[in-house]
Design a protein around this ligand. Structure first.
Ligand SMILES: *[C@@H]1O[C@H](CO)[C@@H](O)[C@H](O)[C@H]1NC(C)=O
Length: 198
């Protein structure tokens, strides 16, 4: 298996146990985080019917779509990969994103649940755009907007490139990098960059 596919599998397992995490506090000491995480993570089989039936159904046969800038994938942009997912999607679709800088404004609409955006942790892709509140309004200025439920993301840099607002002078200088508006949307190992309201 390619690295990204291995991580895809890990990611699915993580998603399925995610609702349990909410009930247990994250340790303040960084050194304890891995042990805490591993103590909570249980294989899908052990979760049994404690999961939402629609989630169990969605995860039963995940589809992987590869996005690669240098060729070798189904698409060369994340946006096109998301467009290829049908409205009313009922299956987990893992969009595996190869290394590189993707200058795109990405939106996953509400009618497309069960989408995963997955980078490679050793070479995390940059999702970048420069939307500002002045142009789009604050909530829609984000580089990555996920409005659907059961969205998952891992191993990404999410960047709003818009330049630094000048204190008190710039109007509409809010530049959001990430907005997640759906439910049950775990995100792992990511960095978000932006100058205001990131
Ligand atoms: C990705 O974005 C971060 C934050 O803006 C930046 O530090 C890094 O250089 C970018 N990587 C590439 C390959 O452009």
């Amino acid at each position: 298996m390619e690295n990204s596919e291995v991580y895809a599998v890990i990611c699915i397992s993580i998603l399925l146990i995610a609702p349990v995490i909410v009930s247990q506090q994250i340790p303040a000491d960084k050194r304890q985080v891995n042990a805490w995480f591993e103590g909570i993570i249980k294989p899908v089989k052990e979760r049994g019917n404690s999961l939402d039936p629609e989630l169990i159904q969605a995860e039963s046969n995940p589809k992987v779509i590869k996005v690669r800038q240098g060729g070798g994938g189904e698409f060369n942009s994340v946006k096109k990969a998301i467009e290829s997912v049908a409205l009313g999607n009922t299956k987990r679709v893992i969009i595996s994103i190869g290394p590189g800088v993707y200058k795109e404004k990405i939106k996953i609409e509400r009618g497309k649940p069960f989408i995963t955006l997955l980078g490679n942790p050793k070479n995390m892709p940059n999702l970048t755009f420069g939307g500002t509140a002045k142009e789009y309004g604050t909530v829609n200025s984000a580089t990555l907007i996920a409005e659907s439920n059961y969205f998952v993301a891992a191993n990404l840099n999410i960047v709003n490139l818009a330049s630094k607002p000048e204190g008190g002078k710039t109007i509409g200088g809010q530049v959001v990098a990430l907005r997640v508006s759906g439910d049950r949307s775990p995100i792992y190992n990511y960095n978000i960059y932006g100058f205001q309201e990131t």
